[in-house]
Ligand binder design. Structure first.
Ligand code: NI
Length: 160
């Protein structure tokens, strides 16, 4: 496993649509391992392949630190409800913004054996699913932010 460089907002690779994975090759397995390691190292709850410069429809998500989800070719099946709250992205370090997302999301994806499965979640997991899947179509949360982006330092001061 190896850490990969996280591409930052403004990098063209983050604005392009990703291609479906046809086959899980050893290279794809290595990419997924590296994405997980890179996400944990950066204290993120999700990472999409374009964030490490690879235009493939692969996402990793872990909202609790011990429950990794690997989603290959994920497609949203269902969403419902609404949540409004601060959201950030490893490709825009140190910043957050208020985004409204569904409060529930269900996706179908493929695992590393290309077996289909479904994942559903509420609250943070639903938010992470929607945020990461947006990356696969070249979209960043900043397009959906209500109001201004804020520095995370200001947010933590507000909380004190
Ligand atoms: Ni992101």
């Amino acid at each position: 496993m190896a850490l990969r460089e996280i591409r930052e907002y403004g990098d063209d690779v983050l604005a392009r649509p990703c291609k479906e994975v046809k086959e899980v090759t050893p290279r794809i397995r290595e990419l997924v391992d590296d994405m997980l390691e890179t996400m944990y190292e950066a204290n993120g709850v999700g990472l999409a392949a374009p964030q490490v410069g690879v235009l493939k429809r692969i996402v990793v998500i872990d909202c609790t630190g011990d429950d990794p989800h690997i989603l290959i070719n994920p497609v949203i099946l269902e969403t419902s409800g609404e949540q409004t709250g601060y959201e950030g992205c490893l490709s825009l370090p140190g910043k957050s913004g208020i985004v409204t997302r569904p409060n529930y999301a269900k996706v179908r994806a493929y695992d590393l054996d290309m077996k289909p499965f479904e994942l559903e979640g509420t609250e943070l997991l639903a938010r992470a699913i929607c945020h990461e899947l947006d990356h696969l179509d070249g979209h960043m949360y900043v397009e959906k932010v209500e109001g201004d982006l804020v520095d995370n330092e200001e947010l933590s001061q507000e909380a004190e």
